[in-house]
Design a protein around this ligand. Structure first.
Ligand SMILES: Cc1cc2nc3c(=O)[nH]c(=O)nc-3n(C[C@H](O)[C@H](O)[C@H](O)COP(=O)(O)OP(=O)(O)OC[C@H]3O[C@@H](n4cnc5c(N)ncnc54)[C@H](O)[C@@H]3O)c2cc1C
Ligand SMILES: *[C@@H]1O[C@H](CO)[C@@H](O)[C@H](O)[C@H]1NC(C)=O
Ligand SMILES: *[C@@H]1O[C@H](CO)[C@@H](O)[C@H](O)[C@H]1NC(C)=O
Ligand SMILES: *[C@@H]1O[C@H](CO)[C@@H](O)[C@H](O)[C@H]1NC(C)=O
Ligand SMILES: *[C@@H]1O[C@H](CO)[C@@H](O)[C@H](O)[C@H]1NC(C)=O
Ligand SMILES: *[C@@H]1O[C@H](CO)[C@@H](O)[C@H](O)[C@H]1NC(C)=O
Ligand SMILES: *[C@@H]1O[C@H](CO)[C@@H](O)[C@H](O)[C@H]1NC(C)=O
Ligand SMILES: *[C@@H]1O[C@H](CO)[C@@H](O)[C@H](O)[C@H]1NC(C)=O
Ligand SMILES: *[C@@H]1O[C@H](CO)[C@@H](O)[C@H](O)[C@H]1NC(C)=O
Ligand SMILES: *[C@@H]1O[C@H](CO)[C@@H](O)[C@H](O)[C@H]1NC(C)=O
Ligand SMILES: *[C@@H]1O[C@H](CO)[C@@H](O)[C@H](O)[C@H]1NC(C)=O
Length: 654
């Protein structure tokens, strides 16, 4: 070995050992945490890992991800698509639930959210849908110049490594003809199709077509109204889950400038007044984030991670607004109740909560000899497992759902214009009392209702979704909810009383606007027509009570007892103008702050008619590009140091 190679090897080793803190387990935190990082990303879920990956591409900047959950241990229940829907590893769940839903049946609802590196992408149903072009153009119309479908498309493609279907025999019967120009083939997240389909998928598509709903060869090309086999976030080659951890983290965890501290719950962002002389050109008194406070569990000591440049909140649409509130950024009345000093009075934080309300309706397919996921027991299951692990084929490659439809309102009822006729009138009667009634929020909601009316009238946009599994469930969800809920922290310490879930008040206010439940009813009526089509009759569907009944009162009551979440919380840190109740601007910076951004599903101002992971990956890709652009040349001490800069003794104790 020559000397220079020897020294290079030596240097490399030194480098590696300095880099051992890449994944910082709780017991190593004091040893390995740097005195300060350029960027601190709070939450290593879908958006957080995208941002951390992109920012750490530059070797001179340091990035810390603080994630409350741990790294998953790759159990089959996570990696095997055929096991979607078979339950969630308890430790990977935040155990949240909603308040009593007064516009439904006065009961609470469980609300699963990922508490694990990778966040929701470790638990989710793998569906990859974008929604319609018009859904994103509506974001722009809500006062967000530059946020349109056209601009999003670049980032949808950037995040994606799309693999066309491998099994030719499914292409024509299932109308799988992706439009390649709208797909990315070089991005980190693999998107593809399973190697197996149940025959019922074809019945569903044909039945839908009999009812006049178009079949889309690619649901992600800008038109969402129609039915299709949607692609999944699965790795085409080994037919296993593609998630943000495996796509964006695992293969860059060797970067010495990227640290992941897992099992650390962020409890506060510490804010200061921007030091005078720091930004002489900025006259407004912006607040500056200089550290993030965190701890391993309720009982462990509090620590601070200091930041030189920016803090990026990516804790998801439920917990990011809660973190803002306990940090003094939120509606004044909420902050007063929490007894938290006000940094920025921002009425939109936690408001404008939106979700897709969903009802599972079961129409048992009883055709004799039918093969469905119900057959995967005993010897058949053994065979299916073996087939999966040896050849990556067979029913275990297929996720719970692949075949879906997004009918437009006109497909549901000829009376649809009258359903929409007065939805823009009296918006004030639908917003929650209290902080939710701030005039700016009312103005924002009024604008949203106008957009919703035009989206629901647009023939390219879905009003509801129908998801078909192989056994006879035809799940209905509304796609453009008019109801608005909210999230409030209940204690200034998010870990008070032992767990975060105890300190979160989550009220989706499902069906507080009655049209939302009315549209679910329209969806159930559509289902009744669907199972009566020639194609679907072959499956001999037998609706389970009360879905075999037409009495509207009984159905309405059933809907109200059965609405659950489709797991698409959003809107709570909306990107909208400040005078419309917005929380972040079009660069995703929190109003009133210099260097605090939110990058997660919470910034979505208006839900698209789609499962939203594709949108969240794209938002995060775009945010990372913006953050890089806004922080041009990496410098050891770029932005003027925080008032309590790096090198300060770390906080300890509580
Ligand atoms: C059960 C389920 C099924 C779903 N199915 C689909 C589907 O089929 N298709 C689809 O498109 N979408 C689906 N989704 C939705 C999709 O997964 C989410 O929209 C997406 O994960 C949101 O990304 P995010 O980055 O906003 O938040 P998350 O992915 O939830 O990430 C937030 C992260 O922040 C961490 N965190 C939160 N608070 C703190 C804190 N205080 N300190 C430290 N870390 C913190 C969390 O542990 C988590 O890892 C599903 C979601 C769930 C839960
Ligand atoms: C959720 O509950 C399970 C037990 O059911 C527990 O193991 C897990 O730690 C809890 N999650 C959190 C974030 O506390
Ligand atoms: C829910 O509770 C409210 C107030 O207690 C009551 O008026 C209403 O009838 C209840 N609704 C149902 C469906 O039980
Ligand atoms: C599938 O392959 C990818 C690499 O392409 C790998 O990261 C992943 O762990 C594999 N998953 C399984 C379950 O084998
Ligand atoms: C569905 O129908 C099958 C008969 O084909 C029956 O064995 C099964 O119990 C039914 N399932 C439910 C949940 O009703
Ligand atoms: C699947 O199971 C059902 C009973 O649940 C049975 O009637 C049917 O024949 C099975 N199908 C196949 C293809 O084995
Ligand atoms: C689908 O139907 C065909 C023809 O009836 C049959 O040969 C095949 O086994 C079925 N496949 C599945 C997965 O049920
Ligand atoms: C795997 O595929 C090969 C080739 O098609 C086949 O011979 C074998 O039986 C398959 N194994 C299993 C377990 O399905
Ligand atoms: C809209 O019209 C329906 C009847 O067509 C009525 O029940 C409802 O109260 C009206 N809503 C508003 C906000 O005026
Ligand atoms: C926490 O516990 C205290 C005392 O036991 C109780 O007063 C308070 O309401 C609890 N807070 C929450 C959010 O559960
Ligand atoms: C609906 O199904 C239930 C059993 O599931 C049955 O008792 C009832 O008679 C059915 N109603 C109609 C209208 O078919």
């Amino acid at each position: 070995m020559d000397f220079s190679a020897f020294f290079r090897a030596l240097l490399f080793c030194a480098f590696l050992s300095a880099a051992q803190g890449l994944h910082i387990a709780p017991h190593d935190i004091d040893k390995l945490l740097l005195p300060a990082y350029d960027y601190i990303v709070v939450g290593g879920g879908v958006a957080g890992l995208v941002v951390a990956h992109r920012l750490s591409e530059h070797p001179d900047v340091t990035v810390l991800v603080l994630e409350a959950g741990s790294l998953d241990s790759s159990p089959d229940i996570i990696t095997v698509p055929g096991l979607v829907g078979h339950g969630i590893v308890p430790a990977y769940n935040w155990n949240l639930s909603t308040t009593r839903q007064e516009f439904l049946d006065n009961n609470t609802r469980y609300y699963d959210q990922g508490h694990v590196v990778g966040g929701g992408s470790i638990l989710n149903g793998l569906l990859m849908t974008r929604g319609a072009k018009a859904d994103y153009d509506a974001w722009q119309s809500l006062g967000n110049p530059g946020w349109s479908w056209h601009r999003m498309l670049h980032y949808f493609k950037k995040s994606e490594r799309f693999a066309p279907i491998a099994c030719r025999e499914h292409v024509d019967p299932l109308h799988i003809h992706p439009h390649m120009p709208v797909h990315g083939t070089k991005g980190p997240l693999q998107v593809g199709y399973p190697n197996f389909f149940y025959n019922q998928s074809a019945n569903f598509l044909q039945g839908i077509a009999e009812l006049g709903v178009p079949i889309l060869s690619d649901p992600n090309a800008g038109v969402s109204a129609g039915a299709s086999v949607a692609p999944s976030s699965i790795m085409a080659r080994n037919q296993s889950r593609a998630d943000s951890r495996r796509a964006y983290l695992d293969h860059v965890l060797h970067r010495p400038n990227l640290h992941l501290a897992s099992q650390q719950t962020a409890t506060r962002v510490l804010m200061s007044d921007l030091a005078t002389g720091g930004f002489p050109l900025i006259s407004k008194r912006l607040k500056k984030a200089y550290a993030v406070e965190f701890r391993t569990s309720a009982e462990s000591p509090q620590r601070n991670a200091f930041c030189n440049r920016e803090v990026i909140l990516a804790a998801g649409a439920i917990l990011s607004p809660a973190i803002l509130q306990v940090s003094g950024i939120g509606p004044a009345s909420v902050l007063e109740e929490l007894d938290v000093p006000i940094q920025v009075n921002l009425p939109g934080v936690g408001a404008n909560f939106q979700d897709h309300a969903m009802v599972h309706a079961f129409y048992n397919y009883t055709e004799s000899g039918l093969f469905s996921s119900r057959n995967l027991t005993g010897a058949v299951l053994q065979e299916v497992e073996e087939q999966y692990f040896t050849n990556r084929t067979g029913p275990w490659t297929h996720p719970l759902i692949s075949t879906i439809a997004f009918p437009h309102l006109s497909h549901l009822t000829s009376m649809w214009p009258s359903l929409l006729s007065n939805i823009t009138s009296s918006p004030e009667s639908y917003l929650p009392l209290g902080p939710g009634r701030h005039p700016t929020l009312l103005k924002g909601y009024t604008h949203q209702l106008r957009q919703l009316k035009s989206l629901l009238s647009d023939s390219t946009v879905g009003a509801i979704e129908i998801m078909a599994d192989s056994v006879g469930t035809l799940t209905i969800s509304i796609q453009h909810p008019l109801s608005r809920g909210f999230v409030h922290a209940l204690s200034s310490d998010l870990l008070a009383n032992g767990s975060v879930a105890r300190n979160i008040h989550l009220d989706p206010r499902y069906c507080s606007h009655p049209l939302d439940c009315d549209l679910i009813l329209q969806g159930l009526r559509f289902n009744s027509r669907l199972i009566a089509t020639e194609a679907m009759k072959k499956l001999q569907p037998r609706p389970e009570s009360p879905w075999n009944i037409t009495d509207e009162n009984i159905l309405n009551e059933a809907i109200r007892s059965q609405v659950v979440t489709e797991y698409h919380p959003s809107g709570t840190t909306s990107m909208m103008p400040l005078n419309m109740g917005g929380v972040v601007n079009t660069r995703l910076t929190v109003y009133g702050t210099a260097n605090l951004r939110v990058v997660d599903a919470g910034i979505i101002p208006l839900l698209p008619a789609a499962h939203i992971q594709a949108a969240v990956y794209a938002i995060a890709e775009r945010a990372a590009a913006m953050i890089k652009k806004d922080n041009p040349s990496p410098m050891a001490s770029g932005i003027p140091g925080p008032p309590l800069g790096p090198g300060i003794v770390k906080g300890s104790g509580q």
